[in-house]
Design a protein around this ligand. Structure first.
Ligand SMILES: [Zn+2]
Length: 265
């Protein structure tokens, strides 16, 4: 079995076909999908989607790309929603949160500051509820790590990891796993493939980030969670490991970092 640790099943690209996608993933042995929220508007949507499908779970958070329109009151709503969700076995993490210093509109001094404020406040919520965090890290590795050293969360996942070996080691020392997906399937992605091949296997989790980051064989078509085993096959080849070993180990890693996932598997 496989775990897709990051899939935006509530994205507009999947409107009307969410059921087909979730069932198709289950038939491809993707027994667990984590659906992160991105803004207050979809807290209810991701929770309802997760409860509707046997292989879906969810996270709650405000994504950096949605920080410009977010208000401070959204953080209070997030805290309340998280408190209520602690009784929901489908709720597994705080996310998607983080910092994006790539998108130009997010890099003005005011917007950097607002992003850092929302990121830090959400880390505090994760800390207070002992929840792992799902991190969006884009041109922001050092700032992301700076806050993780200050605000001690239990751990989490650096999703779509694309940093250096040294940054990977720092994440690992803070009890984080590194998310690998479609980007690793492109032969020209030398650095990502080198890291997927050589980082400790215990530190790696798999993800699709569907509908985004399509693997090489689909690109530029829409990605979907049923692609996960084939992405896992690429990891198996890069590491020269049998496929079942990669499936078992990456599943164990996902469960180790998101223990609430074990509540209903
Ligand atoms: Zn995402």
């Amino acid at each position: 079995m496989w775990v897709d640790t990051h899939c935006h099943l509530d994205a507009a690209e999947f409107a009307g076909v969410e059921d087909t996608i979730a069932v198709g993933a289950a038939q491809s042995e993707v027994s667990m999908i984590v659906i992160p929220a991105v803004a207050r508007d979809n807290f209810v949507t991701v929770a309802e989607l997760a409860r509707k499908h046997a292989n879906c779970s969810y996270a709650l958070g405000i994504h950096p790309i949605y920080v410009p329109q977010a208000q401070e009151s959204d953080l209070a709503l997030l805290r309340e929603t998280v408190a209520a969700a602690m009784n929901d076995p489908r709720f597994v993490a705080l996310g998607e949160i983080g910092l994006d210093f790539f998108v130009p509109m997010l890099t003005t001094p005011e917007m950097r500051e607002k992003q850092e404020f929302f990121y830090a406040e959400q880390l505090k919520i994760a800390r207070d509820f002992d929840l792992p965090v799902l991190l969006h890290v884009r041109r922001s590795q050092d700032s992301i790590l700076k806050y993780l050293r200050r605000i001690k969360v239990v751990g989490g996942i650096a999703h779509a990891f694309n940093g250096s070996f040294q940054q990977a080691e720092t994440f690992i020392s803070l009890n984080f796993k590194l998310g690998f997906g479609g980007a690793m399937t492109f032969t020209r992605a030398l650095q990502i493939r080198r890291m997927a091949a050589t980082l400790p296997i215990e530190a790696i989790v798999l993800e699709t980030d569907a509908p985004d980051i399509s693997p090489a064989w689909l690109h530029p078509e829409r990605n979907s969670p049923e692609q996960l085993p084939r992405i896992g096959q690429v990891l198996a080849e890069l590491r020269e490991l049998p496929l079942d070993v990669v499936a078992r180990q990456t599943t164990a890693n996902a469960l180790a970092v998101m223990p609430r996932l074990g509540g209903f598997i």
